[in-house]
Design a protein. Sequence first.
Length: 119
Amino acid sequence: MARKKRLIPPEGIPDEHGWYPAQIWDDETGETWPPASAKSPMQTKSSKPIGRPREHEWRQIDAEIAWRIVNGKAPRVRTQFRDQMLTWCSQTFEQEPPASTMLEAINVFCDRFGYGRKP
């Protein structure tokens, strides 16, 4: 006879993320998986941050690059755009990424939007 497993519908109180924990019932063993006492990966919190700390605020930098391109505030020459963004970074974050890394980021956006000339 084949082992029967079925999904137990979620019920009860949602966890802190609004999820209702579902379980699988095994008819043969009479057990659920995961056990009711088990915590989901979403519930376990590490005291240590995962990965290397960010050196630069790339999400904000990328947003600024995109905003300048979309609003026509970026120079058409990419090296000038790079210098402008490096100045913005030093004023906003008090540090700036390497010029070559900034140019790579600018090239990604400019290529995607079809904007500007490569140096």
